[in-house]
Design a protein around this ligand. Structure first.
Ligand code: BDR
Length: 315
């Protein structure tokens, strides 16, 4: 079995990614750690519990982590995910936060990795604050994980919350900087542009959420807010990408080795001080940084495989 630790800022596409992983028979999720990001930390924790409940998997341990970025800021994405992070649909049967583990997410990450040295794949679908704290607390942490998969950053300086800033990196640029400088394990990145260039057709989205299952019903409800935002951006801004389940792309790469069909393998950096470029990921394709560690930046993928995995996730 593939052992995963998943670090999320559970908004709508994190929920999609989690459901995709939960449906993969060869994957064992050892824990889910929560981080600020799309919404407040408490909402993130509650949202993860809601996802686990609908999938009947509340036995997976969930841990609360960083409530703010390393510099103490918070940036939320309520315009897309809703204020509560899951489309602001009332859910009276939402599990109580008492279901959360008492241990802090960062300590849990370090412990779980130490208990399974060299075996855990770490997947991060939110700001990288918990990961940066983990490597600061235990500098050997990156050598003990099998590999790291990140949804975040960009490769052509196109942002989605600032001119050049992708949301997860823009939320905590210092954390992204620390992680990309210090995690020398095999590292795979699904950037914002990667998801845009491999967008799924809206027809698929409509069919997908029309499946007659409880999980599809849940997905339909929590996605309605994001769907409205997508329609508006298409009409007003001319964004025509289609359906972008960003975090599900990175999870598809984790569960299926054949999903990604083309990568750039090079060192990367994160801009911390630019006025227009803070939080931007920079690809060092000519090796100017003289860094040994090269990351795999995803370029192309087999979108049919993603459709299949997403479809199974709601069955
Ligand atoms: C990323 O930002 C968040 O809003 C999404 O959940 C995804 O992780 C896309 O830039």
């Amino acid at each position: 079995k593939r052992l995963l630790l998943v670090d999320v800022d559970c908004g709508v596409d994190d929920a999609q990614a989690l459901m995709l992983a939960l449906a993969a028979p060869h994957v064992d999720i050892l824990g889910i750690t929560c981080c600020h990001g799309n919404t407040s930390l408490d909402n993130v924790c509650r949202n993860v519990l809601r996802v686990l409940k609908v999938c009947n998997r509340l036995q997976i341990p969930v841990y609360g982590g960083a409530a703010r970025s390393l510099l103490g800021n918070c940036l939320h994405a309520s315009h897309y995910h809703g204020v509560d992070g899951l489309g602001d649909v009332p859910d009276p049967s939402s599990p109580d936060l008492d279901f959360l583990q008492k241990e802090h997410a960062v300590l849990a990450m370090i412990r779980i990795v130490n208990e399974n040295p060299g075996q855990v794949t770490l997947v991060a679908t939110g700001p990288l604050t918990n990961l940066a704290l983990a490597v600061n607390m235990d500098p050997a942490f990156p050598q003990k994980i099998k590999s790291l998969f990140i949804m975040g950053g960009n490769m052509e300086s196109r942002g989605n919350v600032t001119v050049c800033g992708e949301f997860n990196f823009a939320c905590d640029p210092e954390a992204a900087y620390i992680v990309l400088n210090r995690f020398d394990c095999p590292t795979h990145i699904a950037t914002w542009e990667f998801t845009c260039k491999n967008a799924l057709p809206l027809d698929f989205y409509n069919e997908w959420i029309s499946q007659k299952t409880e999980k599809a019903e849940f997905m339909r409800k929590i996605s309605a807010h994001a769907e409205d935002f997508t329609k508006l951006s298409t009409e007003e801004k001319g964004w025509t990408e289609g359906f972008l389940p960003c975090d599900a792309y990175v999870m598809a790469a984790v569960v299926d080795d054949t999903f990604v069909t083309d990568v750039i393998n090079c060192p990367v950096g994160v801009e911390l001080s630019g006025t227009l470029t803070r939080g931007m990921m920079v690809l060092d394709t000519s090796g100017m940084l003289e860094r040994k560690h090269k990351v795999f930046v995803m370029i192309k993928c087999d979108t049919e495989k993603l459709k299949c995995l997403l479809t199974k996730a709601l069955q």
